[in-house]
Design a protein around this ligand. Structure first.
Ligand code: S3B
Ligand code: ZN
Length: 304
């Protein structure tokens, strides 16, 4: 039996053509990517619209992943590979655990499910209901957001509530930007497919989608684990100020070092400021323009 790594192609959620790293075994093709270094594996499954995971491996008979229901599978697989490459090439991190863990995604989870999440072991994506969301793996920034939850879990371990939870959310949005830097919007490629110009969140203008962007607007609430998707607007705005003043290349090194070296499970916004400043001093010096950029960014959002 000739099992082999193969190259397929298909259409993503938006109908765009993509080349795919697949695998053939017994005459069937699988979304199973064995091309990454040190045996990192990326694999994609389908829940076939049931609420179970992982479901079964996404398969195709001729390695042409072109049916309308395969777009979610194509994008989950392709974008997971892009996020793997980003963390390896930019930060020398080998998968989310820095030890070559298999990156598994399940698509077509549930029915009309307007959600995506990291479940502690894998990524899971709904198909959306066609009004609030198109299939959620169709946005690179969402895939990067979810996989960054895994990186955070295996590094800082920021507890998913209150300020540490808002930081957890913010780091996922910020790395979503680093993967998809042509705008400061989150999820715009799949959010409200019948309406243009909106998004889940904006890093440059959090208040556009109902988020605070200064500490004096912090929302004390018990909903959403203490407003983790709301209060993330404050560190997101600080990240926007940082990126727009010192540039993406230095900002992403600073953010990765803070996340993997200094932040802890209970870090709050003030500690995040200190961690980012210390990371900047480590990398570029405390007298650098980068250091002044980070300091000024957090001053502007009222976090000291
Ligand atoms: C940008 C990705 C995102 O926010 O995904 C979520 C959605 C769409 C609903 C609920 C939670 C999340 C999340 O991953 O935090
Ligand atoms: Zn999230």
């Amino acid at each position: 039996v000739n099992d082999a790594a193969t190259t397929g192609s298909g259409y993503g959620v938006k109908g765009d053509r993509k080349t795919l790293n697949t695998y053939s075994s017994g005459g069937t093709y699988y979304l199973y990517d064995v091309t990454k270094p040190m045996n990192g594996v990326i694999e994609t499954f389908s829940a076939q619209n049931r609420s179970t995971y992982p479901g079964s491996r996404s398969v195709d008979s001729n390695n042409a992943w072109t049916s309308s229901t395969q777009g979610a599978d194509v994008d989950a697989h392709y974008y997971a590979g892009q996020v793997y490459d980003y963390y390896k090439n930019t930060h020398n991190r080998n998968s989310f655990d820095n030890n070559g863990a298999t990156i598994r995604s399940t698509v077509h989870y549930g029915s009309n499910y307007n959600n995506a999440f990291w479940n502690g072991s894998q990524m899971v994506y709904g198909d959306g209901d066609g009004s609030v969301f198109a299939p959620l793996s169709g946005a690179l920034d969402i895939v990067a957001h979810e996989l960054t939850h895994a990186v955070t879990e295996r590094s800082a371990g920021l507890e998913y509530r209150n300020q540490s939870g808002a930081l957890n959310e913010s780091f996922s949005d910020v790395f979503g930007y680093f993967l998809d830097p042509q705008d400061y919007l989150m999820g715009e490629d799949v959010y409200t497919p019948t309406k243009s110009g909106d998004a889940l969140r904006s890093l440059s203008n959090p208040s556009q989608f109902g988020q605070p962007e200064h500490m004096n607007q912090y929302v004390n609430t018990t909903s959403d684990n203490g407003g983790v998707h709301t209060n993330s607007g404050i560190p997101n705005k600080a990240a926007y100020y940082t990126i727009s003043s010192i540039g993406k290349a230095q900002a992403e090194k600073i953010y990765y070092r803070a996340l993997t070296v200094y932040l802890t499970p209970t870090s709050n916004f003030s500690y995040a400021r200190a961690a980012l400043l210390q990371s900047t001093a480590d990398l570029y010096g405390s007298g650098s323009s980068a250091y002044n950029g980070v300091k000024s960014a957090w001053d502007k959002v009222g976090v000291y």
